[in-house]
Design a protein around this ligand. Sequence first.
Ligand SMILES: Nc1ncnc2c1ncn2[C@@H]1O[C@H](COP(=O)(O)OP(=O)(O)OP(=O)(O)O)[C@@H](O)[C@H]1O
Length: 411
Amino acid sequence: MALFERSEEIFDNENVLHDDYQPQSLEERDSEIEQFTGYLQPVINGAQPRNIFLYGKTGVGKTAATKYLLHHLEEDSEQYDDVTITTVYLNCEDLTSSYRVAVALVNKLRDPEEQISRTGYPLNAVYEMLWDKLDELGGTILIVLDEVDYIGDDDSILYQLPRARSNGKIENSRVGIIGISNDFKYREKLDPRVEDTLCERELHFPPYDATDLQNILSKRANHAFKGDVLDGDVVPLCAAFAAQDKGSARQALDLLLEAGDLARRESDPVVTENHVRDAKQLLEKQRIEESMKELTSHGHLTLLAVVASTVADPEAPLQKQTIYEQYQDLAKATDRDVLGGRAFHNHLAELSMLGILDRAKRNEGRAGGIYYEYEVDVPLEAALSTLENLHMSDELDLDSLRQNAQENGLL
Ligand SMILES: Nc1ncnc2c1ncn2[C@@H]1O[C@H](COP(=O)(O)OP(=O)(O)OP(=O)(O)O)[C@@H](O)[C@H]1O
């Protein structure tokens, strides 16, 4: 008997729900697409392209809209003999300096046999190679720098590229940059000269609400699933969960895919609301586990201290001192050096930044000053089961913690 057999009950084409699938149409983004199209219009007119900056939280369609419009722009430009467009897409996640971006651009533009190595050249030499290649290509060259904030402070490329023509580095081509970021503070951090050029035109993508997400999901679900395998409340529930959280289409699609996958794994003929709820728990647990990998054992103990303090007194608002006392006991119980207050505070801040804890600022009036209250911002079950899977759980009695949590109605 074969170990693997093709299963055909649930999905028609599950790839449609994957992140890298490029949808044929974009739902609920009419006004953004209209504005974006207007910004790209000079390209078709054979004029100097605008530099465009797109921003908005993760999963709200910035990349999808860019790829969708550039595809149409290239296609529609074919009717004009005097317009040639080259588009280059770069995700800057691993490109944390101008040097790296410049090398990546040279290599994207050059043929495979002419690639350059990622080290060993002076920056100016790489820039020269880049100008030569851009000039050789001619026409309009649109460069998408996704996650542009990863480039960091060493961002001379963002100054050089848009000015390459006016500074006489290139003659035959017109270069336009499309920068994309989900870091709202990025703009403020830019050198004013870079900001002026990079953000010549800007476009904000707001989070989706539940109705938007329902429409996006329904369209995809039609292609992804076999007819009649989705219970009526599955798509609305995925949309509602994602809207409550971040308003991200990616999150909603992930949830729908995972729910379908669960139904398939359990050999159920229909995807139901329960699959969605189980999928949500599973994804949350995976997300916490992923984030926890970045933490040290003191970070793990800090989370455990918050969980233990919550279980001990579920109603009490948690301040740093209470959690710190729990943490000290836990660190001693596992034979670790106890961190000082400041270092401990940094762990609380990091857990908040990762979205595992919620940190609320409180103001005690004139005398008391400002302080923070903390609570676990993910399902307690997900936090606890993640902690139970860590090595150090052998050194601690997490069974009784789980039992107490159950007795207090927290699980
Ligand atoms: N309006 C939409 N219609 C159809 N699919 C969409 C829409 N918006 C987003 N998606 C889909 O959601 C997923 C995430 O979108 P996208 O990658 O464009 O988000 P993003 O805003 O660029 O996020 P990030 O900043 O994390 O890269 C993709 O699979 C995309 O196809």
